[in-house]
Design a protein around this ligand. Sequence first.
Ligand code: AMP
Length: 219
Amino acid sequence: MRLIILGPPGSGKGTQAKLLCERFGMTHISTGDILREAIRNHTPLGRQAQKFMDGGQLVPDNLVNDIVAERFRRPDRPEAFLLDGYPRTLNQAEELAAVLRELRVAADAVLVLSVPDDEIVRRMSGRRICPSDHSLYHVTFNPPKVPGICDLCRTPLVQRADDKEATVLNRLRQYHATVGELLEFYRRRNLLREVNGLGSIQEVFASCLASLQLEKDKC
Ligand code: AMP
């Protein structure tokens, strides 16, 4: 299966993406993860992306389009994949469509997780990450055993610069400004599957599976 998952930052896209990839054996391609890794490794891409990401802005289309195109043009390109956090603009959707056309494959569906903005702010401002092993916590929903300390390696947890409240609000504004035309692009192609992103991880996963019933039967 070939999927795209969309939704505001903090809607649980990454979590659902991992579960869906495990269930259907898809390769998880997250542009956010690729960019964060580039920043950690101080690569030229990381240096270019960091100033945009720390401010909650989108990284320019040409940079992310190149990352994704390179991933798909490699000899070991995945047959089954889930794109998480890409595309985010109409330009990216058009570029992706062109790359997939070139490879003679097509997306089977585009899942959109809907979560209201106030819930997003509540979720994201409590998110904490271990700077050493990158495991994720939440002060309310998934707290570490000792507050502020990673369960696995005992490193003090930190808040990602782009999870701070002002940045989250910026990212939400950004999302609402660009998502409309993206949804329209996929609605016209009859690929859009809207999923309620409120509820437990397993409830949202069940809704994702239900929305994919048709595609699953085809595989
Ligand atoms: P994410 O982990 O998907 O929420 O992405 C974190 C940050 O990476 C975003 O706030 C953007 O700054 C950047 N980013 C990730 N994917 C894209 C994309 N497709 N287009 C532009 N910027 C992106």
